[in-house]
Write a protein that binds this ligand. Structure first.
Ligand code: MN
Length: 153
C-alpha cells in the first residue's frame, strides 16, 4: 500500500484516479487546488505524486519544479497526467522533474502499470527500501520483546 497524492482540478478524474488506486490497494489523497498541493505533499509525505498539468493557479509544471526543489520531497516520484500532448510536452514535463507521463483520457491499464513502475523504482537514496514499514502490530505499551517460538540451535 502506498500513499499517493493526486493533484487534479477535475472531479470526475479525481474519482476515477482514486477508485483505481484504491482498487490496487493504495491510499489516494486528492487536492483540487494546486495552491495547496505543496503543503499537502509536505504533510502527507507521499510515496508518489500524480499531478495534472492543466491546473488553474499553479500549473502542473510549476508544481513539479517546486516539489523537486523541496528538501523533503525532492526524491518523490512524480507522474504527470495531461490532456493535451503537443510536440515537446513530454520533454518539458520530464525536464521539470517528472519521471512519467500519461495522457488523458487515460488508459486504465497504462495508468496502473505506470504507478506500479514508479513505486517499484528504487529511490535515489536508500536502496534498502523503506517502503514496507510495519505499522501497528505492537500492543499498547506491552514491554516484553514478543518473539514467538523460534528455537535457537
Ligand atoms: Mn485540469
Amino acid at each position: 500500500m502506498a500513499k499517493i497524492l493526486i493533484v487534479e482540478d477535475n472531479a470526475l478524474n479525481i474519482k476515477l484516479f482514486c477508485d483505481l488506486l484504491a482498487a490496487h490497494g493504495h491510499q489516494p489523497e486528492a487536492v483540487t487546488d494546486s495552491r495547496n498541493a505543496l503543503d499537502k505533499a509536505r504533510e502527507l509525505q507521499p510515496d508518489l505524486v500524480i499531478t495534472d498539468i492543466q491546473l488553474p493557479h499553479v500549473s502542473g509544471l510549476d508544481l513539479i519544479r517546486m516539489i523537486r526543489k523541496d528538501d523533503q520531497l525532492a526524491r518523490v516520484p512524480i507522474m504527470a497526467v495531461t490532456a493535451y500532448s503537443a510536440q515537446g510536452d513530454e520533454e518539458r514535463i520530464r525536464a521539470a522533474g517528472a519521471q512519467a507521463y500519461v495522457s488523458k483520457p487515460i488508459s486504465v491499464m497504462r495508468f496502473a502499470q505506470t504507478v506500479d513502475e514508479l513505486l517499484a523504482a528504487p529511490n535515489a537514496e536508500d536502496p534498502t527500501g523503506k517502503s514496507q514499514e510495519s505499522w501497528a502490530n505492537e500492543g499498547d505499551g506491552g514491554p516484553g520483546p514478543g518473539e514467538a517460538g523460534g528455537e535457537e540451535s
